[in-house]
Ligand binder design. Structure first.
Ligand code: ZN
Length: 441
């Protein structure tokens, strides 16, 4: 019933940017008039009394009673999703679904390269060469590892070039020309080679010393390795690709730090990262562990989004921090690695590369935290739609379970709308509050 009256007005409201003002004004009225409605409900004469009461107090109560029922989270979610034109929806679905296939192609290519290196005896010749070069077992592993990683990089370069350069440009996300992109590829390859060699030396050492319990010790080595990488990443790795600088604009900085203080996050600064060097994506991140933890938002977000949206995103990122997702990710990774090592003791190095990336940690908790902190359901919805530029907005439950590390756009908007339905307006942005003043129009 309320769906019929509620839907068109909401739909209409969403078409314009001033939508939220009128929508929020209704909730404001709803908030003021709520107690009588609750009393009526609790007495249990709702149906009988409402028309009578409404007749006695014509305008205000009637609209309040309607408003209590009017906000339908399901309809609101639909209305938000409907604001994205069909062609854009199809494009982002195609981009995201292509990513599923790329997972498969990458896996098959890596498997094919491994088989090729073994079958062609290139791998064996590399090992023989490494044994001639040095007597030290560690140096032999290093020598083999560097050559192996270089071969894999070169052989997989065509797919890499398609996936990370041409495809990103085709969909309009990439901002780099070939040379700067390739330069970063080389830096990435250098880091992979250094890190991969150190990791393999440590793993082989453990495997030689304790072949029977290798899967336990291998997991321990890998987890310690990831811990170190996470710890040093903000200090030594990320600056190789981007510049991080503290945000000085008090209009952005102060509201973000206020949310941090309210949640016991000892942050003194919020950083801005120049992600527009590489792409047009809107994002923020929490990186580091313990002492090196840093909350940063990217310049695309700053340029494209209004403060309420920025608050919504930053509150989400704070959720990752407060909920210790770094440590949790590491724990899940450890569990998966232990299973991986146990299952593939023979082909362990292939397993490390295969399962190092996608551990399928899903998180809705950071969104819930984010929305409770920022109190910006509409901005949350806006941000979810922005992310929809490159993430499928409305996947099937199976797709969402397998391929999403965060909830889908539809799930996020629905969560925000459920929150909105269950909460009275409070702490909204100054712009909105000003507009809500009775004499402002
Ligand atoms: Zn997140």
């Amino acid at each position: 019933m309320e769906l019929v009256t509620g839907k068109p007005s909401l739909q209409n409201a969403l078409d314009e940017s001033s939508a939220f003002l009128s929508a929020r004004f209704r909730y404001q009225a709803h908030a003021v008039m709520r107690p009588p409605v609750i009393i009526l409900l609790s007495v249990g004469f709702v149906i009988a009394l409402m028309p009578v009461y409404a007749r006695q107090n014509p305008a205000p109560l009637r609209s309040a009673a309607e408003n209590t029922n009017r906000f339908d989270p399901a309809a609101a979610t639909k209305a938000w999703l409907a604001t994205i034109p069909r062609d854009r929806r199809e494009k982002s679905d195609a981009y995201f679904e292509g990513g599923y296939w790329l997972l498969l192609w990458n896996f098959l290519l890596l498997a094919a390269i491994s088989v090729f290196l073994l079958e062609s005896r290139i791998s064996a010749r590399l090992r023989d060469f490494a044994e001639r070069v040095s007597r030290s077992k560690n140096l032999r592993v290093a020598c083999y590892a560097v050559a192996y990683l270089l071969l894999v990089y070169v052989l997989s370069f065509p797919l890499n070039l398609y996936e990370h350069f041409f495809r990103e440009h085709h969909y309009g996300f990439a901002t780099q020309s070939f040379l700067p992109w390739f330069r970063e590829q080389l830096i990435g390859f250098g880091l992979t080679t250094i890190g991969g060699t150190i990791l393999l030396i440590a793993l082989y050492t453990v495997f030689r010393r304790a072949p029977r319990t290798a899967w336990i010790w291998g997991t321990a080595v890998a987890v310690v390795f990831m811990l170190v990488v996470m710890f040093i990443a903000p200090v030594f790795i990320e600056p190789l690709f981007n510049t991080y600088k503290p945000i000085t604009n008090p209009e952005i900085k102060n509201p973000i730090l206020a949310m941090a203080r309210a949640n016991q996050i000892p942050a003194k600064q919020v950083f801005e990262v120049d992600a527009s060097r590489q792409n047009t994506r809107v994002s923020a991140n929490v990186a580091g562990l313990f002492g090196t933890t840093r909350i940063a938002l990217n310049d695309n977000l700053l340029k494209q989004c209004a403060l309420p949206e920025i608050r919504a995103v930053m509150a989400h990122e704070m959720g990752h921090y407060v909920l210790n997702h770094g440590v949790k990710l590491l724990t899940y990774a450890g569990i998966f690695l232990a299973i991986g090592f146990a299952l593939t003791r023979v082909l362990f190095d292939a397993a490390v590369r295969r399962w190092g990336v996608r551990w399928g940690v899903r998180s809705i908790a950071d969104d819930a935290f984010g929305i409770n902190t920022s109190r910006e359901p509409d901005s949350m919805a806006k941000v979810a739609l922005r992310l929809g530029a490159y993430r499928k907005l409305d996947p099937t439950p199976l797709e969402e379970f397998v391929f999403f590390d965060h909830p889908s756009g539809r799930a996020r908007i629905r969560m925000a709308m459920d929150w909105k339905a269950a909460n009275l307006p409070a702490g909204e942005s100054p712009a909105v509050e000003t507009a809500l003043l009775p004499n402002s129009h």
